[in-house]
Write a protein of this length. Structure first.
Length: 82
């Protein structure tokens, strides 16, 4: 990895963390209503539930995609004429 790429990666991480921090701070000021209150399920009104839910969903999708990539991988010569 070149020094320019390292610097760009560091900047991307900093920007991503700043955006994540902004989302978390904004979510603290939002009043959430329970979607399943009639069933006595109110955990979705907890502070930071939705950002954590989104992060968890993205992480699960990432793991599923990586697993599928390994499972569906073919050799480099798969389409080569023998």
């Amino acid at each position: 990895m070149t020094p320019e790429q390292k610097k760009a990666a560091r900047i991307a991480w900093v920007i991503g963390l700043l955006v994540l921090g902004a989302i978390v701070l904004v979510d603290l000021g939002v009043h959430h209503h329970a979607h399943f209150e009639k069933d006595n399920i109110t955990f979705d009104t907890l502070p930071e539930f939705w950002p954590l839910y989104g992060f968890t969903a993205a992480f699960v999708l990432l793991i599923a995609a990586k697993t599928l990539a390994v499972a569906l991988k073919r050799k480099d010569t798969f389409y080569a004429d023998d």
